[in-house]
Design a protein around this ligand. Structure first.
Ligand SMILES: Cc1ncc(COP(=O)(O)O)c(C=O)c1O
Length: 374
């Protein structure tokens, strides 16, 4: 049996009529950039996330640095994030011209450890970027308290957790803005690239809208800006998929629960931790080998046996060759948990359209390997 890591084509086939209809509507409209389908999707996204504004952008990385730029965060400023996020979080800080400050993650959730943030703050610190890693919200209540105390901006990198919730808070409620990515593999993904920023702050909304469109919100009138727009065809695809996002996330949760039940007896792995009271939407189902030396042979075993497992992310940002490429960067304190995560992580196939047979096949292979260890 072969179990793929992604189910993009299955998802397309399941809602083909809805997606094709929206693409057709855009094609026949004659408006492909900043047209009515984008406007419609922005309204739907804001309604879904419960924010006043949603701005469609070219990708999730742009969404982060445009947020920083809009808040005036750039050269000479420091922005705190955690070392085991996807590379783009740090990249966006560098594109904005700021210094990336890396703190450790919580050993259980793998999200930023709020207890490590305060020690990393200096007079230059302007913002914190928590990442809702793997589909679970960071501890936004604790982060908000620190941000209030030190008067810092908070931008949530929500590329991986659309539809997730915290215990008593929702995404974008306790921050200045939340950003997301709609690259195909995300829980809400289009057939290509795009992203968005959501906010309750009118000034951020207006400024990002201008910046994404060559500094223009009226024909022929420009100020300094960029081109980072979400095309209407992608907006149409996303609009069709947004109607299914809760159902998709429920399925991810169902497969995660099945993995957890099937793997709980394994001796060689740590399974994902779901924070009580939170809704984890399992963008990824990441297990860790207790022994780092076992990770690569275990990954090879799975791949050799038809299971397309991957790693997220096996080289932490500060461990990448050439780091920090002449950019401002600082590691604040020990990042031992992030490094442990990089050395031991394995992501099992996770997408809504998996079947019971596929999930059980993966469980059986993992348990087979587990039993063969001493
Ligand atoms: C945590 C995180 N931040 C930022 C991004 C960047 O998004 P994009 O690839 O759309 O630029 C991604 C995904 O790619 C991500 O996973």
């Amino acid at each position: 049996m072969k179990v793929e890591f992604y189910g993009h084509v299955r998802q397309y086939h399941n809602i083909k009529a809805e997606i094709d209809k929206n693409i057709h509507t855009v094609l026949e409209s004659g408006q492909y950039v900043m047209g009515p389908m984008l406007k419609n999707f922005e309204t739907e996204l804001a309604a879904y996330l419960g924010t006043k504004h949603a701005v469609g952008l070219g990708n999730g990385t742009d969404a982060i640095w445009l947020a920083l730029m809009t808040l005036g965060v750039g050269t000479g400023d420091e922005v705190i994030t955690h070392a085991n996020t996807f590379f783009a979080t740090a990249e966006a800080i560098w594109i904005a011209g700021a210094t990336a400050v890396f703190v450790d993650c919580d050993p259980k959730t793998k999200c930023i450890d709020p207890a490590k943030i305060e020690a990393a703050i200096t007079p230059k610190t302007k913002a914190i970027i928590p990442v809702h890693l793997y589909g679970q919200c960071a501890d936004m209540k604790a982060i908000r308290k620190i941000a209030d105390k030190h008067k810092l901006y908070v931008i949530e990198d929500n590329a991986q957790a659309i539809g997730a919730r915290g215990d008593g808070f929702k995404i974008s409620e306790l921050s200045d803005a939340a950003t997301t990515s709609f690259i195909i593999q995300k829980n809400l993904g289009t057939f290509g690239d795009s992203g968005a920023l959501v906010t309750n702050n009118e000034k951020i909304d207006t400024t990002v809208r201008k910046l994404r469109n060559h500094g223009s919100n009226a024909r022929n009138v420009h100020s300094y800006g960029f081109n980072s727009r979400l095309d209407d065809i992608h907006a149409g695809i996303l609009s069709a998929k947004l109607k299914h996002i809760d159902e998709y996330n429920d399925l991810r949760r169902k497969w995660a629960a099945r993995y957890t039940a099937g793997l709980k007896a394994a001796k060689n792995f740590t399974l994902p931790f779901e924070q009580p009271g939170y809704r984890h939407v399992f963008h990824l189902y990441v297990i860790e080998t207790k022994n780092p030396a076992q990770r690569d042979p275990f990954l090879k075993f799975l791949n050799d046996n038809g299971v397309d497992a991957k790693t997220h992310y096996s080289i932490a940002i500060h461990q990448q060759a050439g780091y920090p490429w002449g950019k401002g960067a600082r590691i604040a304190g020990s990042v031992a948990n992030a490094e442990q995560n990089a050395a031991t992580c394995i992501s099992l196939p996770m997408f809504p359209e998996l079947t019971e047979q596929e999930v059980d096949y993966v469980i059986d292979r993992v348990m087979e390997w587990d039993k063969a260890q001493k």
